[in-house]
Design a protein around this ligand. Sequence first.
Ligand code: PLP
Length: 386
Amino acid sequence: MTVEKIPLADVKLGEEEVAAVTAVLQSGWLSMGPRTQEFERQFASFLGAKHAFAVTNGTAALHLACEILDLKPGDEVLCPALTFVATANAILYTGARPVFVDVNGPHDLNFSAADAAGKITPRTKAIMVVHYAGYPCDMEAITRLARKRGLHVIEDCAHAPGAIHPSPQGPQKVGTIGNVGCFSFFANKNLVTGEGGMVVTADQHLAEKIRTRRSHGMTTLTWDRHKGHSFSYDVVTPGYNYRLDEIRASLGLVQLSRLEASNARRRHLTRLYREKLADLPQIHLPFQSISLEYSTCHLFPILLAAGADRSRFMEHLSSRGIQTSIHYPPIPGFSYYQRLWPEGYEHGLPHTNEIASRLVSLPLFPTMTEKQLDLVVESIKVFFTS
Ligand SMILES: Cc1ncc(COP(=O)(O)O)c(C=O)c1O
């Protein structure tokens, strides 16, 4: 018997992407140029952001955000423990120290503003939140706390291009609420370019800092000089080569035109999962109080009952061709982070520690069929009844 393979995530690129990349190859201009500028313009317009800068990946976006907010050794930045390690690594690059914040609880795996409030010290300079799995954090509480304590807010929106914060002033796309928003276009994200990212801000001064630091602190780009707009350049600050290229920007433009539809499909599949898993007492579904309309449904995380054998559950699904994953092993548990803070960083994270061994992500991607979803649900039911 052949078992149908259902991956955790899948990307299908079509003729439009092939045509867009071919056009770049035929144009003879590969490094950052007009397509990247157009991708930035359209991405900013999609979000309602003032300034957007395309970069090589989401980690570079986060690093630039930390840099332009002048984070340095001795500073502390509040960030979730339940996230991909890039979130905290970007803080470490500046010499600042990540201070890990708990999740709200099994019902809401996002950053807890209440826990963050208790972890602020005179050294705290910023809050870096992650809109986990595409569900918006409570930005009302987070920005209130930041304003009260004079802290910057960085939004890690790697899972959430198009997620909405339903503020009392009206809906706002995440990434435009804090001082800086950072996106990833890694190959399994909602908008993919292979590797790629974007930094957005409403602040003109920060925008100028991003622009120059993205490209070695230089005042002009190779493209400007190619077009004859300038002949030389100055270097006004230390910087990096975090530029995106035209091939990936052209992919980004096509992907952006599909983003609303593919996010809608993810929402539909999430709704189906929820309906079909609702009668299983062995599984808890987080984020039920957040309207799916606000989410980009990047992941479908579930929580098994306390004490459940997660490995056996994942192996059972794997034996039926279904790939699952864990988002995420909490960062303080990694040996490098334990070496950095041998006093034990996992203290003060009761909810994160409690749910960490119960988390499993089920397959979710826009081209997933309802038949595939039914197969996942049926396989889960078999596990609990056999
Ligand atoms: C929450 C989160 N932050 C940051 C990143 C880093 O993005 P990238 O892989 O594009 O560097 C990722 C993705 O991989 C992520 O999931």
